[in-house]
Design a protein around this ligand. Structure first.
Ligand SMILES: Nc1ncnc2c1ncn2[C@@H]1O[C@H](COP(=O)(O)OP(=O)(O)OP(=O)(O)O)[C@@H](O)[C@H]1O
Length: 356
């Protein structure tokens, strides 16, 4: 392994990085700061248009930077050409050349660098072996499954001996079953190779399964950075709580909003005259196998703010089946309620929001 991947992983630092595609349009990435630890798996996550791919492309050198800096182990790479950065990119559709064999696809960038045929084929064959594709080295991409194409794409990215591997939605071209399988492989490869991976995805589930560090983006800004456990259990803002899913956002009488996981909600029938809690009416009952998901509307919530859900274990539901239209009381432990912050402000508004 060490014979194939020699360079140590690198830390990536992003300082006040911005991208504005055209004058007068909102910034696609707006003065973001981020430090990604060397050898870690980082997922950039967020809804469509939040700026995650733009950020990745700027790190790769495929997109110019409007302002700010990108550092790889303290070396400023902001204005270096892509090939001189120590990064390599693996694309969504793998971008393999259809007319070339797997071996030639992997060896391609060495050919461009003028490396002789015997050496480049040897190095490409070693890497294909590494990703368990040695026996299919002569096949063209069209003769390979999606998962096999992904392994060839990985080998092709690794042949330049990058210190940071950049992955742009690498699993989105795969069917759901294969996606979960290849997700586990990506994680294993990252650990084995010991490289820094920066992976863009719009899937919370994918990011939680893969990341050491999740970076949740919204409108060109970073809303929250943390481990999957931290981000899921301590969402910083309403945006993060809603985007991560599995949470209810509930307005409290004092004006605060809290997030409570839907499996941490307590539900009791409203008609037995004893319990306490917020009155709600059941709108949906969805059987999911291990769980039953109840959809509800809080009776006293402001318009558009009353939708909540409760995830009940199958046994708990069978012990007391709830039905659509039923009135219930909802409650939660204080320890399970996370007070939500206002979310991150655009840089231009931050100074104005500072207390005098
Ligand atoms: N080449 C471009 N020219 C002009 N605007 C662009 C260009 N590429 C992206 N944008 C805009 O920049 C913003 C961020 O786009 P970006 O592709 O980085 O988002 P994303 O989070 O990766 O979205 P997706 O998941 O849909 O790929 C969007 O508003 C998008 O329309």
């Amino acid at each position: 392994m060490d014979a194939v991947i020699a360079p140590p992983p690198a830390a990536v630092e992003i300082v006040a990085l911005s991208k504005r595609y055209a004058e007068g349009t909102p910034a696609a990435v707006d003065q973001i700061d981020l430090r990604i630890a060397s050898g870690s798996y980082c997922c950039l996550l967020g809804p469509s248009g939040c700026g995650k791919s733009t950020t990745l492309r700027m790190i790769a050198g495929h997109e110019s930077v409007t302002s700010g800096d990108i550092l790889l182990d303290n070396r400023n790479i902001t204005n270096l050409p892509a090939a001189a950065r120590g990064t390599a990119m693996m694309f969504q559709s793998f971008a393999l050349f259809p007319h070339l064999s797997s071996l030639d696809n992997v060896a391609f960038s060495l050919k461009m660098k003028g490396v002789g045929k015997a050496e480049r084929h040897q190095r490409a064959a070693d890497l294909l072996e590494r990703v368990a594709m040695g026996h299919l080295a002569e096949r063209k991409p069209g003769e390979l499954s999606g998962g096999q194409q992904q392994r060839v794409a990985l080998a092709r990215a690794l042949i330049t001996e990058p210190r940071v591997l950049l992955l742009d939605e690498p699993l989105s071209a795969l069917d759901p079953f294969l996606r979960i399988q290849m997700r586990a492989e990506l994680r294993r490869w990252q650990k084995e190779l010991g490289l820094t991976f920066i992976h863009v995805t719009h899937s919370q589930e994918e990011a939680m399964a893969l990341a050491d560090t999740m970076v949740v983006m919204n409108h060109g800004l970073i809303e929250q950075v943390g481990s999957p456990h931290t981000v899921y259990n301590h969402p910083a803002s309403e945006f993060v709580a809603r985007f991560m899913g599995g949470h209810n956002v509930i307005d409290l009488p004092g004006g605060d909003a809290i997030a409570v996981r839907n499996d941490h909600m307590h539900i009791t029938p409203a008609d037995n005259g004893s319990g306490s809690g917020r009155l709600a009416r059941i709108t949906d009952v969805e059987y999911q196998g291990t769980y039953v998901l109840l959809g509800l509307t809080l009776t006293d919530a402001a318009p558009g703010r009353g939708t909540v859900s409760v995830l009940l274990g199958e046994n708990a539901f069978l012990a007391r089946p709830y039905v659509q239209g039923e009135q219930v009381l909802l409650s939660w432990r204080d320890a399970d309620a996370r007070v939500l912050g206002p979310g991150v402000l655009p840089p231009g508004q931050r100074a104005m929001a500072m207390p005098a």
